[in-house]
Design a protein around this ligand. Structure first.
Ligand code: KG4
Ligand code: ZN
Length: 347
């Protein structure tokens, strides 16, 4: 069967076609139209602008799909219903609703967080899937930071989440303080790499919020504030911060985020006797995070397998939406009943 995925929960307009045959998947189309450049001047996503762009981009991407694939092949439509920015979610939902009615196709609402988890199963064969559970899923994106106990596909318990800023949000905001571009996550990752390359000696020390607390919650706003004060202090009487300092601070921000995420994930993997750790969301595209997670898990919980999506599938895409719809294909909804839920929770 061929499934159309529609994802517009934030600032990427995404359409994808996924083919499922006996539980194995093939990517037919995966279009992502990024608005990052447009939002860069605001240092974050501007919802009404994002909505307008989705409205403009969805038909353009859909026309591209129509050029390559016959619409009669599509059997199911999956659309992100939340969580996300409400005006943005509605554009995808309205688009999917109209299409479902026009083509007389079943429609499945998809949880965006679950989709970030499930994309990790794109290449896992059906018979192998049960061997990954129970799993600890870590979702780290621009809007969310959650540690989730996953007993099966469709069975989740949120163990903890951020009390304030998400990890990606913290990277985006601290990058802005440092004068780096948006989105901040990749910008900080790029510049942090120069620390070793340029043999920089300078080192700064930033807090690892909540790292020693026994719970699985996170907090990243204190890290952001610490960066703000540090930069204020360092730029006193100067026009701007030296490149070396920006590199050293970027590296320390990235390391502080990795340390907190890694410590809590390993703790949860031990406590819940996890067979695997599954990571997803934009921040999981970070190469240094991947390297340290692989290394430390091997050392501290050697029997626990680790799954990361292909880096370009870590960030928002509609392939993950189509894949989630496949797993929930029986949970269809009447188009007129489907609504955007900005704060949709995993169950
Ligand atoms: O999952 P995503 O595409 O959108 C949301 O659902 O929020 O995540 C976007 C977030 C942004 O905060 C961005 O800075 C971060 O993911 N990000 C990264 C990297 N690529 C994207 N953070 C660290 N390293 C990266 N390579
Ligand atoms: Zn996302």
């Amino acid at each position: 069967m061929v499934i159309l995925g529609v994802e517009t929960s934030c600032d990427d307009t995404c359409l994808a076609l996924l083919e499922a045959k006996r539980g194995k998947f093939k990517t037919l189309v995966n279009f992502v139209s990024s608005q990052a450049k447009l939002h860069a001047k605001y240092g974050g996503v501007f919802p009404s602008l994002a909505k307008r762009e989705h409205q403009k981009n969805l038909p353009l991407l859909f026309n591209k799909i129509k050029e390559g694939v016959s619409l009669s092949k599509i059997r199911l439509i999956g659309v992100s219903a939340g969580p996300g920015l409400e005006p943005c979610l509605w554009t995808g939902i309205n688009f999917a609703k109209n299409l479902a009615q026009e083509l007389k196709l079943p429609l499945v609402p998809v949880n965006h967080i679950e989709a970030h988890i499930l994309i990790n199963f794109l290449k896992i064969k059906p018979l192998e899937r049960p061997s990954f559970f129970p799993a600890i899923a870590l979702i780290v994106s621009g809007g969310h930071t959650q540690l989730i106990l996953m007993k099966k596909i469709g069975g989740y318990k949120i163990l903890g989440e951020t009390r304030d800023d998400a990890a990606g949000e913290c990277l985006d905001k601290t990058a802005r303080i440092l004068g780096l571009e948006y989105p901040g996550g990749p910008a900080i990752a790029r510049i942090a790499k120069e620390f070793k390359k340029n043999k920089i000696k300078q080192a700064f020390s930033l807090p690892r919020p909540m790292i020693s607390q026994k719970n699985y919650h996170f907090s990243f706003s204190g890290l952001k504030t610490a960066v703000l004060y540090l930069v204020k202090d360092l730029t006193k009487g100067k026009k701007k911060l030296e490149k070396e300092k920006i590199i050293a601070i970027s590296r320390e921000i990235q390391q502080a985020v990795i340390d907190v995420l890694l410590t809590k994930t390993i703790k949860a993997a031990k406590e819940f006797k996890a067979k695997s750790v599954i990571v997803g969301g934009g921040v999981s595209a970070n190469q240094e995070l991947r390297r340290q997670f692989r290394k430390e898990l091997k050392k501290k919980v050697p029997l626990v397998r680790i799954l990361f999506p292909e880096p370009k599938l870590s960030t928002d895409n509609a392939l993950m939406t189509a894949l989630s719809a496949y797993f929930h294909q029986k949970e269809t909804i009447t188009p007129r009943k489907l609504e955007a839920k900005a704060n949709l929770r995993l169950k």
